[in-house]
Ligand binder design. Structure first.
Ligand SMILES: C[S@@+](CC[C@H](N)C(=O)[O-])C[C@H]1O[C@@H](n2cnc3c(N)ncnc32)[C@H](O)[C@@H]1O
Length: 226
């Protein structure tokens, strides 16, 4: 049977992505990172943060420096984790994927981040992933989602793998959480992938968005007493 998209990333592609991008990652500063800018604009000061698909933990290192937050990084690439352990103190790195998070029993976070990760999750594991992510967000906490932005679901072939079927799936992933009734979008920032910033995208293809969602287990229902 052909490997699933998640298996391809766990076996080799996660490491290959890290090797292609590691020099760039170490140069990112909070003022250049759309997720850090959105967190700042939303006024979030987390005491604990989980990043899923965290690469070498460069963003969590910024969050730890700014907020002294307890930080956990989940990532399938062993190379990214080994690099992060050498570079940054105080981040708890765990090898894993979004559909089966390596969490301790009952472990929850004020802030959970996924930046450009949803688009590679195998569609067979998408709802498993939504459930795992929701379980990791504390009631009253935040979920930050950055990804390609497309109002209608669109898929494009992943250009680094020529053989086999790996897709980049573009859509507004925040919508699923919002439609559940327990998340509200408190910030939506749209930007240009090419410019890596919140600047007008050249086209739909060039569009990305960061959504900050706030979770409330009973906060977003209108009351109807009949
Ligand atoms: C495009 S990179 C983005 C890295 C980082 N989030 C950032 O903002 O720079 C996608 C990351 O997600 C990881 N990844 C791929 N599939 C994943 C999955 N199913 N669950 C969690 N992480 C995954 C990759 O190894 C890679 O580090």
């Amino acid at each position: 049977m052909a490997p699933t998209q998640d298996e391809i990333f766990q076996k080799s592609e996660a490491d290959r992505w890290f090797l292609r991008n590691k020099d760039y990652l170490s140069k990112i500063t909070p003022d250049k990172d759309p997720i850090m800018k959105a967190i700042s604009e939303a006024g979030i000061k987390p005491k604990s943060a989980l990043e899923i698909g965290a690469s070498n933990g460069y963003r969590l290192a910024m969050i730890r420096a700014l907020f002294k937050a307890k930080c956990v990084a989940v990532e399938p690439s062993s190379l990214a984790i080994a690099d992060g352990k050498k570079r940054y103190d105080g981040i708890d790195f765990r090898k894993g994927v979004a559909h089966k998070l390596p969490m301790k029993k009952g472990e929850k976070f004020d802030l959970v981040i996924l930046n450009f990760v949803f688009h590679w999750i195998d569609r067979r594991k998408l709802f498993h992933s939504f459930a795992e992510i929701d379980a990791a967000v504390t009631d009253g906490g935040w979920l930050a989602i950055g990804d390609f932005y497309s109002k209608e679901p669109t898929k494009v072939p992943y250009r680094h793998i020529k053989k086999g079927r790996v897709w980049t799936y573009k859509q507004d992933y925040a919508e699923v959480f919002i439609k559940s009734g327990i998340y509200r979008r408190v910030l939506l920032k749209i930007g240009s992938v090419a410019k890596r910033d919140f600047l007008k995208p050249q086209s739909d293809y060039d569009s990305f968005a960061v959504s900050i969602l706030k979770k409330s287990l009973d906060g977003y229902y209108s009351l109807w007493e009949g």
